[in-house]
Design a protein around this ligand. Sequence first.
Ligand code: IPM
Ligand code: MG
Length: 405
Amino acid sequence: MSEQMNDKKAESKNPLSGNQAEQRLGTKFGGARKIAVIEGDGIGPEVTQQSIRVLDAIAESFGHEFNYTYCLMGADAIDKTGTPLPDETIEVCLNSDAILFGAIGHPKYDNDPTAKVRPEQGLLKLRKSLQLYANIRPISTYSSLHHLSPLKSKNIEGVDFIIFRELTGGIYFGKKETAADGSQASDDCVYSRAEIERIADLAFHFAQKPGRRKKLTLVDKANVLETSRLWRKVVQEMAPQYPDVTVDYMFVDNAAMQIILNPKQFDVILTENMFGDIISDEASVISGSLGLLPSASVGINERIALFEPIHGSYPQAAGKDIANPIGSILSAAMMLEFLGMEEEAKLVRDAVNWTLQYSFVTKDIDPVNFYFTSTIGELISDYVSGKISGSVKRENIELRKSTII
Ligand code: IPM
Ligand code: MG
């Protein structure tokens, strides 16, 4: 794929461009930007550090100032404060322009179903407290990585879709109960019309953007679930307001199969919280690695948004400098876009494309010939700073390659 085509693709995938970003342009040069940084657990700190490095390179090249405030969340926060989300973290986030988050989760809680306090509660509470109701997950493909996908190249060439996952409702947040004798448990799934309308509205608008194929697929389980029937009814009622968007409806079990069989058919997928969680991990295999995918969570307060890779804390890799920082770096690019810095975001994406094109990749992508997390971060920030010219001194970079084979 030519450089130019990559650029065009990256632009068309920009979920935060257009009105939202333009509204912020007025403050584009309005002084320092406050960024709350939550590194979290497992590989969270090391991938987030690479994003900070890239953001610093952007700040330097474009004359911006980013002020970072580090806060606690997750297992790290439980160890240090006894709670997965200290009030101070919410306070800092509310007073920031954007939040950059790494990953959450620790095996000591995963294997203990009786644990009363869990790291994930921190992230769920933060999403709810900031009312971040829409999680936007773009699925991209890179031709240099096609061979890594378990899917056939001809099926993934040109795949470009985006998942709008509802993030603050449904079964994640319904009433949870376990009978006193432990014989039964339940999780309620509740959705209100208003909760469906606000995210559907975002997804419809996104489908109308230039460069999109103007197709919206609602993924639900309307043949079984009452909440899904409400989603379908609300979306059907809204559809006439967006006459240029074709709407189709798919049961989630079929969608799970179609994402593998024929992912090209999708443009914008709209779905509820848990279905979105599951199908977005599934969709990452199209790109080649879960480690590549970014996300943005936006809410009712247009001023605040959270940016995080979709991967988990990958504890087996923590501290080894082998995790893929690209999901986090592309999340930082989405953050730049949100801050009205479109050109800066594009440069970061170009830098990422450049590393992948020249096979500067981490262990998840090439288990034999791989580069360290920090080397990839350095290469991307060097590219952003204009330190990498057409002729790369590959020998120098080779020295920074892993010798652990
Ligand atoms: C995600 C994660 C979270 C979720 C977990 C860590 C609570 O899997 O962001 O996709 O289920 O939402
Ligand atoms: Mg998930």
